[in-house]
Write a protein of this length. Sequence first.
Length: 256
Amino acid sequence: MRHILVIGIGAGNPEHITVQAINALNRADVLFIPTKGAKKTELAEVRRDICARYVTRSDSRTVEFAVPVRRTEERSYVQSVDDWHASIAGTYEALLESELADGQTGAFLVWGDPMLYDSTIRIVERVRARGSVAFDFDVVPGITSLQALCASHRIPLNLVGKPVEITTGRRLAESFPHRSETAVVMLDGEQAFQKIDDPDAEIYWGAYLGTPDEIVISGRLADVRQEILKTRAEARERMGWIMDIYLLRKGADFDE
Ligand SMILES: C[S@@+](CC[C@H](N)C(=O)[O-])C[C@H]1O[C@@H](n2cnc3c(N)ncnc32)[C@H](O)[C@@H]1O
């Protein structure tokens, strides 16, 4: 039986890795590193850096693999993601068959934490359900970009006793500000905060968190909206890619 470790490695800062994750990296015979194409080489670089810093056993191997691209044409969002996961499952299955011998342990290094807007766990389950490679797996938690965002802004996530909603740019309008006083937005390709016009809304925005390129901006949304849009566009142009996350908040601690 093969064994798989799904290891959260933090969201950009190589120091945001737990002792449990370091020990797990050193249990792996093979470390699988996804590369996401030329524009995001920095992300593969963080993973390589983590292996170079923390893997102390000399007999493990690193295997880099290309993540299939999601196709969106002529299909719904859900269908597109389902097809994409099926394609990644095929890639994982081939990797496990060709790179991992029976009895060996392989590790997938997952950005941030595997439970937050990441499908590694469900894809690993998919591969297991296909039944052609037998393995079991464990998950090791990591520091998420949400934690990095709150730490960089020095804020608690929630208002006292209040709920928090974590959502995507595509669905922000459903939740904030009417449904939740705090919304955290990830995977936002459309800068959905532009459409929030509540005068009391505050925003805590961060890009490339934990990396040397980290940028953070906060303030009343109406006051900093344009600055964030401009900064984001310039950074994206300069770097060729961007990863950002933000927290929107309305109200204060102890509001009834
Ligand atoms: C596919 S999700 C993965 C989230 C990851 N599992 C985590 O725990 O943070 C990618 C999204 O996470 C956010 N993200 C991840 N790393 C980030 C970083 N270093 N700085 C800002 N946002 C980040 C962005 O919203 C990005 O679109």
